[in-house]
Design a protein around this ligand. Structure first.
Ligand code: DP6
Length: 335
């Protein structure tokens, strides 16, 4: 019972920040709908994807998961079991498993490794166990590992309905990768580990007095941005994404304890993007739980835009992105 899958990471245009207080926190049911672009790295060896193999067999005496050569223990293993245990139960299988996984990009550099990681795990495990699930159903199990992984099951542009139960909190595709023209350049200013993981950050969102307003606004913006994507309105998508990013960071900075993911260079880049936009090249920024900046632009402008960003002193390197295809099962096994 062995299967492998490849899944892509995603960048949120409408952010998930904070779990719903009405449900078991382990279910990762969010307080608002969110929207993302599943991303494919255009650099020859960094596609921002995870390749995972899982094997269920009576030959194993205990569960084992290895990521990039590290045997997972503690909270990391708990999150893997959070996805695999309910699937094993659903399939009525009590075999132990061995899982091996590798990212083609640095783990926890703010490039959302857990999204591609748990999406690949959910797809591989469902397939290995012979469960006949739709992509939407698979997305609910990816969610048990990491919220943003819910969206990484699909390619292109994706909508995660917050829902109000395990079954109703799922992701669906808004449109495929070729149906809306948006690319991105990630400007890397810092590659170190972040001090506070999103996993912990979600707990603190409610301590900000601005969080309730953010939830209400995000709920409206998720619907507006979906409409703008379907109307092929890049300007509207960029504007909404930028606004929503600022709402999330305002909540982070005003939580208790406060979370400042921005570095001084992050603000410098925001200012540069505003300047480039004023000069006539249309672009928008969005930032996840880290200091690096995703700069959204049209595909025709990506090389020009990359050149301009690389001229900025604090930018260490850039990664070019286009929307990815769906995540998928592969016959290439890691062991
Ligand atoms: C800021 O809980 O999915 O990226 O800690 O990597 O599992 P991990 O992150 P997750 O939170 C993601 C938070 C976000 C916004 C988003 O992706 O919607």
């Amino acid at each position: 019972m062995k299967s492998s899958a490849i899944a892509h990471s995603n960048i949120a245009l409408i952010k998930y920040w904070g779990r719903s207080l009405d449900h078991n926190p382990n279910l990762n049911i969010p307080s608002n709908d969110s929207v993302s672009m599943t991303k494919y790295g255009l650099t020859h060896d960094v596609h921002l994807q995870t390749h995972t193999t899982i094997d269920f067999s009576d030959a194993y005496e205990e569960d084992m998961a290895i990521l990039g050569g590290e045997v997972l223990t503690g909270r990391k293993m708990e999150r893997v079991l959070g996805v695999v245990d309910p699937l094993r139960e659903y399939a009525n299988v009590d075999y132990k498993f061995k899982m091996m996984s590798k990212n083609d990009f640095p783990t926890r550099a703010g490039l959302a490794s857990s999204a591609s990681g748990f999406a690949a795990l959910a797809i591989a495990a469902v397939n290995a166990l012979g469960i006949d699930f739709s992509k939407e159903e698979i997305s609910t199990y990816a969610r048990l590992g990491s919220g943003s992984a819910t969206r990484s099951i699909h390619g292109g542009f994706v909508y995660w309905n917050k829902g109000n139960s395990h079954e109703t909190s799922f992701a669906e595709q808004i449109c495929g990768p070729d149906e809306f023209d948006m690319n991105a350049v990630v400007a890397i200013i810092h590659e170190g580990k972040k001090d506070v993981t999103s996993d912990v950050g979600h707990e603190s969102a409610y301590t900000s007095p601005f969080n309730e307003a953010r939830i209400k606004k995000s709920q409206e913006q998720a619907k507006e941005i979906r409409k703008a994507i379907l109307n092929d309105d890049f300007s509207e998508v960029g504007k909404i994404a930028e606004e929503n990013c600022k709402y999330m960071h305002a909540v982070m900075m005003t939580s208790n304890p406060p979370l400042f993911y921005w570095h001084p260079e992050t603000l410098k880049l925001i200012k540069s993007i505003q300047r480039i936009r004023k000069e006539g090249l249309e672009c928008y920024f969005t930032i996840d739980a880290g200091p690096n900046v995703h700069c959204l632009c049209a595909s025709d402008d990506i090389c020009e835009f990359q050149r301009m960003l690389e001229e900025i002193e604090c930018v260490n390197k850039t990664i070019l992105l286009k929307p990815a295809d769906d995540s998928y099962v592969t016959k290439e096994h890691l062991f």
